[in-house]
Each structure stands twice: as C-alpha cells, then as structure tokens.
Write a protein that binds this ligand. Sequence first.
Ligand code: ADP
Ligand code: MG
Length: 273
Amino acid sequence: AAAPTGAATSPAPSATPGVATEAMVRARGVRKSYGSNEVVKGIDLDVAAGEVLCLLGPSGSGKSTFLRCINHLEKIDGGWISVDGELVGYRRRGEKLYELRDHEIAQRRSRIGMVFQQFNLFPHLSVLGNLMEAPLRVRRERPEPVRRRALALLERVGLGDKADAYPRQLSGGQQQRVAIARALTMEPRLMLFDEPTSALDPELVGDVLDVMRSLAADGMTMVVVTHEIAFAREVADTVAFLDGGVIVEQGPPGQVLNNPSQERTRAFLARVL
Ligand code: ADP
Ligand code: MG
C-alpha cells in the first residue's frame, strides 16, 4: 500500500518530515472536504515546540475539522501535516511514503492529547479509572506506576481528593480537568483543545483555564480553539484567525487582537469581545 495520495496531489514534503525540527506542528496547503463541501481550503501553519497557538474564528469556519486533521481523525485531501517531524498518515521508508495502518495511526494518536468541549469521560469508571484506562490498555503499562502518575496528575489539576469519585458526581469544570489529566497520562508531546470551556457555566471556566495556563507555563505545545479572548491574549504565542476554511491572519496576540489588519478579524472580535 504505497500510494501516498495526499502527498502526491501536492508538493512533496521537502526537508521536513522524518527530520527532527523545532516545529511540533507544520501544516502546508491542507485541504479537507466533506463531499463537495470544502471546509479547509489550504491552511499553512507552524507551531514551534513549547508554543501555544490559539485558533479563533466563527462557527463553521473549519476549526474543529483542522484539529481533527492534526490528530489523524480525518484524512486530508491535499497538502500535508507533520507532528514532531512525522508526516500525519504516512510512514517514510527511504525515499518512499507508505500509508499508515490503523494500529499505527492509533499509536501516533496516542502521543497527542485531545480535549473536547464535551468531556467524554467514561461514566462507568471512577476518576482514577478514567486516567488509568489508556496507559493500561493501549500501552499495557504496569498498574502501579500508572496509578502513581495518575494520582500526581489529579493533584496537578486540583482534584487530588476526587480519585474515587465518578464523573456524574463532579461539576462540568471538574470533569473537564479530569479530561485534561486523562490526556496527560499518555505523556503527549502535543495537546489539542477544542473549545474546552464552551460547555461550562461561567463560574467554572476559570479553574479549567488555570490548568491550561500552568500546562503552557510548563512548556507544553498546545493548539487551542477558543473564544476566550483574554486567555488568548495572555497565554498564546500566536493567534490565528480562521474564516471560511482559510487563515485570514495570524501573528502575536497583541497584533491580531489589538490591531487586526483584516476587516473580517475586526468584525469577529467586535462580536465576541
Ligand atoms: P468550527 O469548528 O469552526 O465550528 P467545523 O470544522 O466543525 O467548524 O465545521 C466546518 C464545516 O464543515 C461546517 O460547515 C460543518 O457543517 C462541516 N462539517 C464538519 N464535520 C462534518 C462531517 N463529519 N460531515 C459533513 N460536514 C461536516
Ligand atoms: Mg468546532
């Protein structure tokens, strides 16, 4: 199965994939359609290791789709994406690219943490059970070290006393912090957040943003889709504004948020601020 369709229809990834680089995520000319509806229309983006990129944009602009492409949840129709020097969807052997098999995709995906608007915790497992599930089942680690790591992560997100609770006994904000801790048990090199606070009552948003802020301060590479402009202003190294499947503008938060060069960005900010 050596038919790298995505790569064949676009300029071959030149020096990048396979070679260690500073960039944790690179996207070039990324396109994605659902049927005849093209929703990502040629995205170029770099996220350096240790950097936080905040992705803003109106509903339906392709933000979630693009995140899903980074995380091997969608197959792209054009261009390429690399994560930590590896081409998403392909394995390189010599000069050739081979499409990844399902188990290889699962393995790659397990090194990327993803947190959704809906927390998606396993309702029948305790908090600790939720955290231990992937390391035990996907990586077949020994339980005791996993348990210690999970408990330390719960402390870190401020839920050290909730190990034995069940998701339904927690507030939305606590559940979302469990979801973040659960993603961290797999020791990801990249964390993707898709509107992690959008489903929360306003008074619960702060604790979740605090956890994300501390992750960023610890050097985690993060791509965050959010409408929390204050968070983006404070934590993002780069803000990208997406509209109609293209990045309309990107740059440091001070520039994009305070002094946008594009009318579409200005109109969007006027609505959400
Ligand atoms: P955003 O996250 O910016 O709100 P999405 O990436 O979710 O935008 O969606 C972009 C467009 O793609 C929307 O028009 C949406 O209806 C469409 N879309 C998203 N997922 C699917 C899917 N699985 N099948 C068909 N269309 C989809
Ligand atoms: Mg979305």
